[in-house]
Design a protein around this ligand. Structure first.
Ligand code: F6R
Length: 249
C-alpha cells in the first residue's frame, strides 16, 4: 500500500488525474472501475480536460461503476447513472456500449446483481477508483459486510443515508438499499486507487492503513491487495504518522 499526501483537494485531484492518465496512456483499452460521490468530481473534471487537450481518449476504454441506488430511475438526478453522465460520460468520447453501471430494477435485484457479476467476468478491471465512507465503506460495502461478497443488494447504514441526504431533499428521500460490487469484485481489480479528502475521512483512512483487517472497517481489506495507491489531502491524512508526503507498507 502506498499513500501520497497532497496539500488540498485541488492538488490531490491533479495527482489522481495524472495517475489515471498514465494508466490510460500505457493501455488505451483500459478497463476502468469508477466511483461516484463528491470526492472524484475534480478528478473527472481533470480527465475531461485531458481529453479536450487530446492527451487521452476513451474510445477503447470500458468502465464499470461500483454501485447504484435501488429504485431510482436512471433519469433521476440523484441516480448514479445520471451522476456519471453529467460529471464524465457526456463530456468524453466513450462508447455507450462500453459503459457499465449496475441496473437497479427494484423488481428483480437478484437478477441485476447476477448479470453485473457475469459482465465483470472476463473483464478484470485494470484500475478501480474508490472513494471511502466515514465508516470505512468502499462501494456500498458497509461495516459488517461479508468480505467474500460479489455484487449484491445492501441495506444502507443510517450514517451513510444521513451523509448522502445532502444530495437529496431530505433523509426520507434517500433510498434504503443499493446494489454494489462486493469486496471480492473490488479486490479482483489489478490496481486500486483510493481517494479521500477532508477531516471527516481521517479516521477511516487511519483504519484503512493501520488496520486491523476486519469487516468492521471494510476498507481495511485493501491491506491484502498487492497494488493499492491512496491519494489523500492533508486533512484526510491528519491521523497518519507521516514524516513526509509518502508512506509505504
Ligand atoms: C460511490 C461509492 C461510495 C463513495 C463514498 C464517499 O460510488 O461507492 O463508497 O465513494 O461514500 O463518498 P464522497 O466522495 O461523497 O464522500
Amino acid at each position: 500500500m502506498q499513500i501520497f499526501k497532497y496539500k488540498d483537494y485541488e492538488e490531490m485531484s491533479k495527482a489522481a488525474a495524472a495517475f489515471v492518465i498514465r494508466e490510460m496512456i500505457k493501455k488505451p483499452d483500459l478497463i476502468l472501475g469508477l466511483a461516484t460521490g463528491d470526492t472524484p468530481i475534480r478528478l473527472y473534471q481533470n480527465l475531461i480536460k485531458a481529453y479536450q487537450d487530446y492527451i487521452i481518449s476513451f474510445k477503447e476504454v470500458k468502465t464499470f461503476n461500483l454501485d447504484e441506488y435501488v429504485g431510482i430511475d436512471a433519469n433521476n438526478p440523484q441516480s448514479y447513472h445520471y451522476f456519471m453522465d453529467n460529471h464524465l460520460f457526456k463530456h468524453i468520447d466513450i462508447l455507450p456500449e462500453n459503459i457499465n453501471i449496475p441496473a437497479n430494477d427494484p423488481d428483480d435485484m437478484e437478477k441485476s446483481a447476477e448479470e453485473y457479476n457475469k459482465k465483470m467476468f472476463g473483464n478484470q478491471r485494470d484500475l478501480q477508483i474508490l472513494g471511502i465512507g466515514k465508516n470505512g465503506h468502499i462501494g456500498f460495502n458497509e461495516p459488517g459486510t461479508q468480505l467474500g461478497n460479489m455484487t449484491f443488494i445492501v441495506k444502507l447504514d443510517e450514517e451513510t443515508r444521513i451523509d448522502n441526504s445532502r444530495f437529496f431533499g431530505s433523509l426520507e428521500e434517500v433510498p434504503t438499499h443499493a446494489i454494489t460490487m462486493g469486496i471480492k469484485n473490488i479486490m479482483y481489480s489489478k490496481k486500486i486507487l483510493l481517494l479521500a479528502s477532508g477531516k471527516s475521512k481521517a479516521k477511516a483512512i487511519y483504519k484503512t492503513a493501520y488496520g486491523p483487517v476486519n469487516d468492521i472497517t471494510p476498507s481495511s481489506i485493501l491491506q491484502l491487495h498487492p497494488d493499492v495507491t491512496i491519494i489523500v489531502d492533508e486533512d484526510a491524512a491528519s491521523l497518519l504518522n507521516m514524516e513526509g508526503n509518502f508512506l509505504e507498507f
